[in-house]
Design a protein around this ligand. Sequence first.
Ligand code: MN3
Length: 203
Amino acid sequence: MSFELPKLNYAFNALEPHIDAKTMEIHHGKHHQAYVTNLNNAIPGSGAEGKSIEEICRNISKYSMPIRNNGGGHYNHTLFWEIMAPNAGGQPSGEVAKAIETDLGGFEKFKTDFAAAGATRFGSGWAWLSVKADGKLCVCSTPNQDNPLMDIAECPGTPILGMDVWEHAYYLNYQNRRPDYISAFFNVINWAKVNENYLKAKK
Ligand code: MN3
């Protein structure tokens, strides 16, 4: 059993004008595909044979750097495609909306903190909204293709929303303007899916 590139639930151009079709096509078909291919190549003999990507991430300190980088890349992008949708954005709803109020000081504060987490991550990485072991939400960022699920994470938790701030996520349309991409990203967040992830993480 090898890992496979998941299909997108929408067309490459579905997130325009916020994220352009060419970026989506290359990001999904080339970048994510490369993580999947390289992960599959790194598995034999690693001890990770037959394990789920979540299980691999939770025990990432046992594995090689190629598994950390490409396994993280596969997990992170799989989540990323799902928490974006056309005609999305706006305000969160459901239980996660309440938790953003109680745990993070409200939606506007969350937006400021999440945008800052992405903007201040030096080089390549991700900004995250996660559920910690105590059930509370937290905002943080990780370098490269690391994520909060990994046992090496400084901000451990179960990610329910992730924002890719690698240049390949925005450079074609926004060039060096990462903050503009981050502002646009809020218009494509699929809050229904984030709420679903929240409920699952709380179980
Ligand atoms: Mn990426």
